[in-house]
Design a protein around this ligand. Structure first.
Ligand code: ATP
Length: 222
């Protein structure tokens, strides 16, 4: 199977047993093929975050199944899900979430050490990734010493540090002014294409969505 991510018949209802249950996702099918970049466009409240949490193995659907990198994740215990998340997924959010007391390079090295990569290999990969996003000269800077666009470029490198099968991004340039957002998005797409990565990228920006391989629109369930 060449899909990196496959959701089949996924449904999610919040407070299903409460007085006013909210069905956010109903019978949703979605797949991301290997090397494919898919835009996820949804009006506010349509369930974009819920979907990304389910795809990111941070939440479980009430119905349906989730495959990641060819393995069925449905019903796996927390430990196995955490392990799959660490091995197969990279995350980028609207805010960079870099560790403030560590340098750009260290922020990219640390997740690799946690995955058992040697310090030497981790440093070499961090240097390579920083070069790809044009930030070699910022390797020793801490997040507070960098611009918003630079911080976000480091966050992309960190997400790719362990060579995940799939990148999940939630409004990755949403915190930046439009001009910077365009440039930083170019960097992200360059990085994704260079590494042959698959990605599911949520955005409200239709121009950015149009630059991806496919656009999935989430209308929101009743
Ligand atoms: N834990 C929860 N309990 C009850 N309702 C929830 C919960 N989490 C989310 N919802 C509801 O589910 C709907 C979808 O939420 P979700 O966060 O997935 O939307 P979203 O598409 O990401 O929105 P936005 O783009 O505004 O962040 C919303 O109406 C929200 O109020």
């Amino acid at each position: 199977m060449s899909d990196v991510l496959r959701l089949e018949g996924v449904g999610k209802t919040y407070a299903a047993d409460g007085p006013s249950p909210v069905t956010v996702l109903a019978d949703l099918d979605l797949s991301v093929a290997r090397g494919e970049v898919v835009a996820l466009v949804a009006p506010s409240g349509a369930g974009k975050s819920t979907l990304l949490h389910i795809a990111g193995l941070l939440d479980t659907p009430d119905t349906g199944r989730v495959w990641l990198a060819g393995r069925d994740m449905t019903g796996l215990p927390d430990r196995a899900r955490t392990e799959a998340r660490r091995r197969d997924l990279g995350f980028v959010y609207q805010f960079h979430h870099l560790l403030p007391e560590f340098s750009a390079a260290e922020n990219i090295v640390l997740p690799q050490l946690a995955n058992g990569v040697s310090a030497r290999d981790a440093q070499a990969r961090a240097a390579d990734l920083l070069e790809r996003v044009g930030l070699s000269h910022r390797a020793g800077h801490r997040p507070a010493q960098m611009s918003g666009g630079e911080q976000q470029r480091v966050a992309f490198c960190r997400a790719l540090a362990n060579a995940p099968a799939l990148l999940l991004a939630d409004e990755p340039t949403g915190n930046l002014d439009p001009e910077t957002a365009d440039k930083v998005f170019d960097v992200l797409m360059g990085l994704v294409r260079d590494t042959g990565l698959s990605a599911l990228i949520a955005t409200h920006n239709h121009a950015l969505a149009a630059r991806m391989d496919r656009v999935v629109r989430l209308a929101g369930a009743a």
